[in-house]
Ligand binder design. Sequence first.
Ligand code: GDP
Ligand code: MG
Length: 209
Amino acid sequence: MTNFINARLEAACFTPGQLLTQDLALPEIAVAGRSNVGKSSLINALLNKRLAKTGQTPGKTRSINFYHVDIKDSLSFRLVDLPGYGYAARSKSERNEWQKLISAYMNKRESLKLVCHLVDFRHGLLANDRELQEYINSTGKNIFVVFTKADKIAKGKWKSTRDKYILDRLYSIDVPIITSSDKGEGVEALREFIAKYLAQSQEKSHEDS
Ligand SMILES: Nc1nc2c(ncn2[C@@H]2O[C@H](COP(=O)(O)OP(=O)(O)O)[C@@H](O)[C@H]2O)c(=O)[nH]1
Ligand SMILES: [Mg+2]
């Protein structure tokens, strides 16, 4: 078991300027994806705590929310809830704000080690998911795909569905994990993946320095 403990909301940043006030010593794992894909639900499942607001009006989360998390007997990190994208009702100025905030974060944040890209397991990658993947790639950050809401698909079809998506141009540093926050499926696997990934990236940064 990988235990994520002492989780707490550390900051909510609405503007690029607010991002500069944080210390960058802690490694960060971000959670990105379309509005309503299940980002906040998965964060709560990972943390075993209802910290992130779920089921809000799609597109309502405007801020980047930082959760401080300790891993039992191991290191600490931040889990970062990025504002959702792809909601048609948003105005152009709102989209610009979103873009500015996201790019200020993604392009400049050295402590950002990995972006977990959440994708609805029923749909696979939609056009704006592909745009997001291209964008993250252009920033040089690693992408790891995590499928959400798997409880909506019969378990017997999980493997074939995943394989189909993998073959259809998808960027991910490892085989995507299939999750359901509702049923708790895949949540422990994702915790383990994150803990391992952080341990490896810490080793690597020691070697480099
Ligand atoms: N069936 C099912 N519904 C989910 C799951 N995760 C989230 N949802 C629902 O999807 C909606 C959006 O979830 P939320 O976590 O707020 O998405 P966010 O906008 O990406 O943060 C809510 O109504 C959730 O209850 C899941 O694993 N299974
Ligand atoms: Mg949310």
